[in-house]
Design a protein around this ligand. Sequence first.
Ligand code: PGA
Length: 243
Amino acid sequence: MRRPLVAGNWKMNGLPGSAAELRKMIDALEGGEHCDVLVCPPFPLIAQFVWDSADSGIEIGAQDCHFAENGAHTGDVSPALLAAVGASAVILGHSERRADHGEGDALVKAKAEAALAAKLLPVICVGETEAQRDSGAAESTVLAQLDGSLPNSAAIVVAYEPVWAIGTGRVPENHDIAAMHHAIRQAVVGRYGDAGQKIRLLYGGSVKPGNAKEIFAIEDVDGGLIGGASLKADDFLAIVAAA
Ligand code: PGA
């Protein structure tokens, strides 16, 4: 049995009112949840959110990290520092990082290894563009991303996020989600053996309170990575309840 995980990716959002939204989530989730809950705010909010959510049912994570432990990398943040301020996870290889910052699979893998060394849980994102899906290359794209991005350890989470479903209100058909998650499961079992059965596979891309239950019921979907709907406590809590 894999314990579901619902992770909120706040992206470059947060102010104003962010602490109040987090407070609402904390008050509603007092631990002992049926699933793990992770909130990933922008870097400057992480330490405060860790403090605010202590002893609650919510873990705090980051949206990216560098692969080095420290050093001359202006503007970057190391996994060691994230762990030191109390983050427990880090999203890596999100399609917006891949597109905006030219991050490729090898870099994502290096970051994942570094995150693991710092005892952070890497949430490794993969997903095809609309053109790749239309040309029949969705699965081969995702499998190639996995091949290049996965670290040597199975202590990870994988998030499947079709690029064309992110922030668009469009969601793949259930059978397409099922097929991709099945392919990802086979890939991680092929890679890690039995440990691959324990890896949680999240779906991400326009998950809302209205579609979460249906999506989370799909085989091999072990929760979600939630963008827009994670910013509002009421929406996020409804999605957590659906997991
Ligand atoms: P969305 O974003 O839920 O706003 O579609 C998901 C993500 O990019 O992680």
